[in-house]
Design a protein around this ligand. Structure first.
Ligand code: AMP
Length: 482
């Protein structure tokens, strides 16, 4: 199959970025990218009202990666994210886009050792992604230098402010001099976000992308009148009948997420959970495992799942009806994407019928109330449902897998202790026939070992050749690391 080349070529961006975008399969810019990329490339402040799935991360990552000068050691862009999971996700996307340009993109957030982050900040760091609290921490310790920051992104601004980060975000913005180019993204533009924009932004270009209200029309919305004590048994019946392929189940609190997850597991339903009180590592594992398809049902709170990019869900279940209309729209926007159909099922208590009305007025679509499933029908489908729970399918490919398959990481014996420098490694590798500087990615020289990425599927060629060559006058032990 002929590889399609990217249409991003129409922007004035480097060959390296175009190559990365092609390998990532980004062929056509999304609507928000069409608007944001030229504006940021031209140095204009931008405001994007948009949400996950719109391609907003790449919309700011592409122009920022383009603007980075590789030789500068101090960070040139700072990206603020409200949650640690989002910080990790956004870092990964920027890293992939900037990979061919060999950009270093450290991520800093709370709950992880600060000293390791300090080391990554003190080495060359081009773009830093972090949560506001930890960013301030590193600023105060002089680990994060701001004098060279040209771009500042405030992502998911409404959530950031809901979580109480207004002061931190304002302080960070004010600490950067001269004023950087500012990009702000928010799913909603409420009073506080608007104020932040007025105070800090300079005649921004405002781009409104109404993704979720568009998706509402492709989502079948149904409701069941259920009080709390009846929800679980009815949930099982509904799951058996619907037999969803991929489903997110939303609860109102962390405790409820935990409890529903435990109950579902006890029933033999393979599922995972995500909420803010979980250990950091467990949250990241849950996100990865859900993406890979180790389980297909995720029980979660609104905040923990916000902005996290999962594939299109076939079903969304509001186990607890949301307390605000925006969250309803965010939740059901997880399904019915890219023209696919989807189903949103809400459990609604008597006391929530008013909330249902508010949501219906907001979306302009009604939630059709249904009778609870017929028990006999449920019994006929039970076996099929539980059999499916036991099937272990092949795992999905990780994002960027095609890209990663063309890259090999080699470890080389010798590092700073033996006065090894990146240039020594690059020099030797470039002396191999058929290999040029363009085939070499990030070189990381540690104390007594070094790592180098080899691009363009030339890993084996370089590995073999290095068995015969010397680096800095000595033969070195060279191995593949993955
Ligand atoms: P985001 O809205 O930034 O969370 O991105 C949503 C998803 O779309 C992510 O998985 C991106 O990797 C992907 N994506 C972003 N831009 C493009 C594009 N131009 N073509 C295809 N996929 C894209």
């Amino acid at each position: 199959m002929k590889k399609q080349t990217t249409k991003f070529i129409k922007y004035d961006i480097s060959k390296e970025l175009q190559e990365s975008l092609t390998l990532l399969g980004y062929i056509n810019p999304t609507p928000i990218q069409e608007e944001i990329i030229p504006a940021l490339l031209a140095g204009r402040d931008v405001v994007g009202k948009s949400q996950t799935g719109s391609g907003k991360t790449a919309a700011f990552a592409i122009p920022i990666c383009e603007a980075i000068h590789w030789d500068d050691n101090a960070p040139q862009a700072l990206i603020l994210e409200p949650t640690r999971e989002l910080a990790v996700q956004v870092r990964e996307e920027i890293f992939q886009i900037g990979r061919k340009k060999k950009l270093k993109v450290p991520v800093i957030f709370g709950g992880m050792p600060i000293d390791k982050q300090e080391i990554s900040l003190k080495q060359k760091a081009h773009i830093v992604v972090g949560t506001p609290g930890r960013v301030l921490d590193h600023m105060r310790r002089d680990n994060l230098l701001l004098h060279n920051i040209k771009y500042l992104v405030v992502d998911e601004a409404d959530l950031m402010l809901d979580m109480g980060f207004l002061e931190d975000v304002s302080l960070i913005i004010k600490s950067i001099n001269p004023k950087p180019i500012l990009a702000l993204f928010s799913a909603t533009l409420g009073e506080h976000v608007t104020k932040l924009i007025e105070i800090h932004m300079n005649d921004p270009k405002v781009i409104l992308i109404e993704t979720d209200t568009e998706t509402v029309s492709t989502v079948e919305q149904i409701g069941y009148k259920l009080e709390n004590h009846d929800k679980f048994n009815s949930l099982i019946d509904i799951l058996i009948l619907e037999n969803p392929d991929d489903c997110m189940l939303f609860c109102g609190t962390r405790e409820m997420v935990n409890s529903l997850f435990q109950q579902m597991k006890r029933k033999g339903i393979r599922c995972g959970m995500l909420h803010g009180a979980m250990e950091q590592r467990d949250r990241l594992f849950a996100i990865d495992d859900f993406r890979l398809g180790k389980f297909h049902y995720l029980v979660t709170t609104d905040v923990a799942a916000r902005g996290i990019d999962f594939i299109n869900m076939t079903h969304v279940i509001n186990y607890d009806f949301p307390t605000n209309k925006e969250n309803y729209v965010h939740r059901i926007g997880r399904t019915g994407r890219n023209g696919k159909s989807g189903k949103a099922i809400s459990f609604i208590q008597d006391s929530e019928l008013r909330g249902k009305k508010v949501v219906e007025e907001f979306t302009g679509a009604s939630i059709e109330m249904k009778e609870l499933p017929n028990r006999e029908l449920v019994l006929t489908k039970k076996d099929t449902f539980f059999k499916k729970q036991k099937v272990r399918e092949a795992l999905k490919e990780k994002k960027g897998a095609v890209f990663n398959n063309t890259i090999t990481m080699l470890s080389i014996g010798g590092g700073k202790k033996s006065k090894m420098r990146p240039g020594d490694i690059v020099g030797t590798i470039c002396s191999i026939e058929g290999v040029t500087q363009e085939d070499i990615g990030i070189v990381d020289v540690r104390e007594s070992i070094s790592y180098v990425e080899i691009f363009n599927s030339k890993g084996n060629l370089v590995l073999e050749a290095l068995q015969e060559k010397t680096i800095k006058g000595k033969e070195r032990k060279v191995q593949k690391t993955k």
